[in-house]
Write a protein that binds this ligand. Structure first.
Ligand code: FES
Length: 274
């Protein structure tokens, strides 16, 4: 057998000048493990988040003002009383529209166009290529130079909206410091909400677009000491972007799951104050 794109004259694996190798790959290690784990992890999140975004149950704990990030901000009259921290300017929504419809498409867009997730699904889902030194099944490679993938360039605009959503999630986490008697109080749920928000900020600020917006296109760092300082801090976070991308998928699920379980009365929220 020849490699999948051996007849191609473009710039795929069969392009002139590329080594002709009969085997699909000469790698003998478990190169497929990472793509498999990536697909399993991403699919699990998409299924969980997809179901939870639509069910409209157990997303708010009235006693402690815990709101799951999947329903924030909840601005429709269909939202349960108390869960709308920013009012209800929108009337009732039909069941096929998630109550978090304002933020969810932007958050989805932010993640789909994220430089890390692009790498993840280009490799693991589209096999372009599945791993280093493993031939891809596609005859041509045009990168992100034309439709539809050229649209990935809108990532920075999703970043701006995602930063606003992080502010909203931060507000949700702050108003949740609410005790049984109405004053200050906190329990395990607050720590989970807070931990999630901190991780969301870390992920959002570690964005490649954020790094570029902060310190890109500067000719002289010495003339922009503040931007240079911010850029160096964001660069440190940026080095961990992949890790933060996965951690935040985990903290989002954990936060939502916790709110769901407490809200459904599966177990009470352990309280530390009030
Ligand atoms: Fe991943 Fe911007 S590059 S969020």
């Amino acid at each position: 057998a020849t490699s999948p794109a051996a007849d191609d004259t473009g710039n795929g694996v069969g392009a002139a000048g590329r080594a002709r190798i009969d085997a699909r790959t000469l790698r003998t290690d478990r190169w497929w493990l990472q793509p498999v784990l990536t697909v399993v992890g991403l699919s699990a999140f998409v299924i969980y988040a997809g179901v939870r975004a639509f069910v409209r149950t157990a997303y708010w704990v009235p006693e402690y003002h815990y709101l799951t990030p999947f329903y924030s901000p909840c601005i429709s009259t269909s939202c349960v009383p108390g869960s709308s921290h920013f009012g209800t300017p929108i009337g009732d929504l039909p069941g096929f529209i998630p109550l978090g419809f304002i933020a969810l498409p932007f958050l989805l867009g932010f993640r789909i166009t994220c430089y890390y997730y692009r790498k993840a699904y280009y490799r693991s889902v589209w096999f372009s290529p599945p791993a280093c030194a493993v031939a891809e099944p596609h005859a041509k490679y045009t990168g992100e130079t034309r439709l539809p993938l050229i649209v990935q360039n809108v990532h920075r605009y999703f970043f701006y909206v995602a930063a606003i959503v992080s502010v909203i999630n931060t507000y949700d986490a702050i108003v949740a410091f609410h005790g049984r008697t109405g004053g200050f109080g906190f329990g395990l749920g607050n720590l989970i909400l807070l931990g999630n928000v901190i991780m969301l900020w870390a992920y959002t600020l570690s964005c490649h677009s954020c790094r570029h917006i902060t310190g890109g296109r500067l000719k002289h760092f010495s003339r922009h000491p503040v931007r240079y300082w911010m850029w160096t801090q964001i660069t440190k976070l940026n080095n961990r972007h992949m890790l933060l991308a996965w951690i935040t998928l985990g903290t989002l699920v954990l936060t939502d799951l916790y709110v769901m379980l407490v809200s459904s009365g599966v177990f009470p929220d352990p309280r530390f104050v009030n």
